[in-house]
Design a protein around this ligand. Structure first.
Ligand code: MRU
Length: 366
């Protein structure tokens, strides 16, 4: 199945087709259909981008940030079509920015990327036209996209250097589909493989939406890297066998002390890894850190629909009348994390001071 590639073997999930003219359009690979079908959706308006983010057609913290940024170029396209100017143009873009930034609450990359777009608009002259805004916003979205590609490669390099021997256990999907490049945790795994290391990747299936089984396994099978899917509840037993050298996962938001929000089940996995003395690593770009939050208690946790739990993949599993508890993320305390792999290097031990030392100053360039 060929879905396009940014580098050999790297599937892509987000594309802009054409230029900044009215015909330019945002295309998203509909990840809800994978691995069965690879279909692209064209986002004709911002409502379609918001819907795609909310329903996880595009997902993963860096990827929704990139989609949000392109969404701002789509918003300027709407303004172009409606001939908006002056205050009407500014109000339109501000309203669309808020709709995009709040499409999902936990991954900070989304608001970060949209705010980078609105900051770029502030730099335009007072009489800027919708066309000027479109040109500027598309340039910023492309910049964020390209930058993420470089950050993923740097995360892969730094992480591969510290990945312990043994098989690897991961959770959710943190690869090409979730980012603008090779991924975060999955980039560490594929970089280590490319350096000649050999292991099996154990992928938690990741209930309830099965990002591990559907997406991580799909990416690794395409790469020819051995992958074994397990139900999330099998992780403790697997860790007790002693064959796992490290657990490595991605992140949706990391507080200033290193507390990390990631896909539901990550916290349980970190506790199990600690109980078995297996190092637990997080991999994320600097755009995933929220230094305005002292610790993880302030991270908003998205609650999703009961249907995802009661009728997984549309097949009714629980009786009518049963309720569901469906938090999409949880917070792993910093004390359970051996290191956080960023594009700038590995934060270890994970302390407030070490986070500040790695991220406190400078740009996010690798
Ligand atoms: O709900 P999702 O599929 O968007 O959740 C994704 C995750 O939790 C990933 O681990 C995280 O965004 C990091 S992606 C590089």
């Amino acid at each position: 199945m060929n879905v396009g590639a940014s580098a050999p073997g790297e599937p892509v999930a987000i594309r802009w087709e054409g230029d900044d003219g009215p015909a330019g359009r945002l295309l998203l690979l509909d990840q809800t259909l994978l691995p069965g079908r690879a279909e692209w959706i064209a986002c004709g308006d911002v409502a379609a981008v918001v819907e795609a983010i909310r329903s996880l057609r595009v997902r993963g913290a860096p990827a929704i940030g990139i989609a949000g940024a392109y969404g701002m170029a789509v918003a300027a396209g709407e303004a172009l079509a409606e001939d908006l100017e002056g205050v009407a143009l500014r109000d339109h873009l501000a309203a669309r920015a808020e709709a995009l930034a709040t499409a999902r609450p936990t991954a900070v990359n989304l608001r970060w990327a949209v705010e980078r777009c609105t900051a770029a608009l502030a730099g335009l002259a007072a009489g800027a036209t919708a066309r000027d805004c479109r040109t500027r916003l598309l340039a910023v979205a492309r910049e964020i996209h390209d930058e993420d590609r470089r950050l993923c490669a740097a995360i892969g390099r730094h992480g591969a250097a510290i990945l312990p021997a043994g098989d690897v256990l991961t959770h959710c999907n943190t690869g090409c589909l979730a980012t603008g490049g090779a991924g975060t945790a999955l980039a560490v795994i594929t970089s280590a493989w490319d350096l000649g290391r050999r292991f099996t990747v154990f992928a938690d299936e990741t209930r309830p939406l099965l990002q591990g089984a559907r997406l991580t396994a799909w990416e690794l099978v395409q790469r020819g890297i051995p992958v074994t899917v397990l139900v999330d509840a099998a992780a403790g037993h697997l860790l007790s066998t002693g064959r796992i050298g490290a657990c490595i996962v991605g992140a949706d938001r990391i507080a200033a002390n290193g507390d990390t929000a990631n896909k539901i089940g990550t916290y349980s996995l970190a506790l199990l890894a600690a109980a078995h003395g297996v190092p637990f690593y997080v991999a994320a770009p600097s755009s995933t850190f929220d230094l305005s939050l002292a610790d993880g208690s302030g991270i908003p946790i998205e609650e999703r629909s009961a249907a995802e739990v009661l009728a997984p993949l549309g097949v009714r599993a629980a009786p009518e009348g049963a309720g569901a508890y469906n938090p999409a993320f949880d917070v792993t305390p910093a004390r359970l994390i051996r290191g956080i792999v960023t594009e700038r290097g590995v934060i270890t031990p994970v302390t407030r001071q070490a986070v500040a030392a790695m991220l406190g100053a400078g740009s996010s360039s690798p």
